[in-house]
Design a protein around this ligand. Structure first.
Ligand code: SF4
Ligand code: SF4
Length: 423
């Protein structure tokens, strides 16, 4: 039976028997550093938890103290917002446009067999495992998935059937981290026979893994930059350069995690200088007791909106002027929490998500990665023969649309139903 380690407590740092056992487990210098770095994090959370406990205690023994505590809390939040805004404003001034000679890789063309009357975009979850642990990650990453790993042949067979039914598609592959799958080169090669692929990756791998092995004209990469995990921005930029100079279009994406916002301006600058598009995703979650994206300051919202660029994903929609409309439309739903309920939406008609189980759903609100949350809304299963996508836009039954790419399909979006059908 595996040894059950005693839980870490600060006092155990002074216990020779505990420390000798833990030190003996260390296998490398980086592991030693990693373990040492966990101590200040532990202390930080200890202090935070202590503050919450103290606040609860004071409220219990002296209920009248709620008022001054709330006032102090509001003051603290307002000061934090102000300081972040000042830092952000200072950095925004230094964002420079791309120089005219910046490397410019054309986006991949839409696949030849794409039906103009049914531009199909599918998001395919390939596996849950990831080699990073970002604190803002919205997914859990079980290393041993309950879903069997699919073979290259199984993907090839099922996607061929999908293409026969609905034409070629733009397929966006997402994990976990797709490139830690041993089969990934074979899978990408099979899927890109009739479709254009966009792979969402943390780019922790060597670009030589695909250069010369995959056709650049069919595959683009959405490289997510995670500063907590990726030590070197320079190294990351060099990888994107290498891929782009070998014909693989790369766009970079980042999460606008509130503490990162001031530094984000200089990260954006590093990519813009090379002519790379950057998509900034609003953070969806709680940070320091406040719900995001609602808690962004107006300057932060303005910054995120201005930094976003989407049209690369929709080759058929590259209409000058439309980009601004699409951008404003999608971000207003994310940042301002507008409700899509009742609006006609083409999710399901022009867009679908394929979950790890193979279940096909209209959008992320019906299922994120593992399984559909609303069984009655499963449109079928990619790995079985029984799937049919709806022919017409349907009203949205939700109060929030959580993904920038998906709110595109709502009435008023560029792929939404014609005017007149919209609610
Ligand atoms: S790289 Fe992406 S999938 Fe992996 S932990 Fe970070 S956010 Fe999650
Ligand atoms: S509006 Fe958003 S949440 Fe509603 S069905 Fe469409 S994609 Fe899904």
């Amino acid at each position: 039976m595996a040894e059950i380690k005693p839980q870490f407590r600060l006092r155990r740092l002074f216990s020779p028997s505990y420390m000798t056992a833990r030190l003996a487990e260390i296998e490398s210098f980086s592991e030693a550093l990693n373990r040492a770095a966990r101590v200040p994090v532990y202390v930080y959370f200890l202090i935070i938890n202590g503050c919450y406990w103290a606040r609860g205690f004071i409220k219990r023994v002296a209920p009248w103290s709620s008022f001054p505590i709330n006032v102090l809390n509001k003051l603290r939040l307002a000061t934090e917002d102000l300081l972040r805004d000042i830092a952000l404003r200072k950095r925004i001034l230094f964002i420079r446009p791309a120089p005219p000679d910046a490397l410019n890789t054309e986006d991949i063309p839409p696949p030849e067999g794409m039906r103009p009357e049914r531009l199909m975009h599918a998001l395919l979850f390939i596996h849950p495992a990831c080699n990073y642990k970002c604190s803002y990650c919205w997914q859990s990453h079980p290393q041993n998935s309950a879903h069997p790993a699919r073979s290259v042949e199984e993907y090839a067979r099922c996607v061929e059937r999908f293409n026969r039914m609905y034409g070629s598609a733009i397929i966006e592959l997402i994990g976990g981290e797709p490139f830690i799958s041993p089969n990934i080169i074979g899978i990408l090669s099979a899927l890109s026979r009739e479709n254009s692929l966009s792979v969402v990756t943390n780019l922790s791998w060597d670009p030589k893994k695909i250069i010369g092995k995959l056709k650049p004209g069919r595959i683009s990469l959405t490289a997510s930059y995670h500063p907590e995990q990726e030590r070197s921005l320079k190294g990351f930029v060099e990888k994107t350069d290498m891929l782009r100079s070998n014909g693989f279009p790369v766009v970079v994406c980042m999460v606008a995690f509130p503490p990162n916002l001031p530094k984000m301006a200089s990260w954006l600058d590093a990519f813009y200088r090379k002519g790379v598009f950057v998509i900034v995703f609003p953070f969806m979650g709680t940070w320091r007791d406040r719900p995001y994206p609602q808690a962004y300051t107006s300057l932060e919202k303005e910054f995120i909106t201005g930094a976003n660029q989407f049209l690369y994903m929709y080759p058929g929609l590259d209409i000058p002027g439309e980009s601004v409309k699409c951008l404003n439309f999608a971000t207003s739903f994310m940042l301002n929490g507008a409700s899509p309920r009742g609006k006609l939406c083409n999710a399901g008609v022009n867009y679908c998500r394929i979950l790890l189980s193979g279940e096909i759903v209209r959008c992320g609100q019906y299922g994120t990665m593992d399984e559909a949350t609303t069984k009655s809304e499963i449109l079928g299963n990619l790995f079985k023969t029984d799937f049919h996508l709806p022919e017409k836009a349907m009203p949205c039954p939700f109060d929030a649309c959580g993904c920038l790419g998906e709110s595109y399909y709502m009435a008023g979006g560029p792929l939404g139903p014609p005017k007149g059908n919209a609610h």
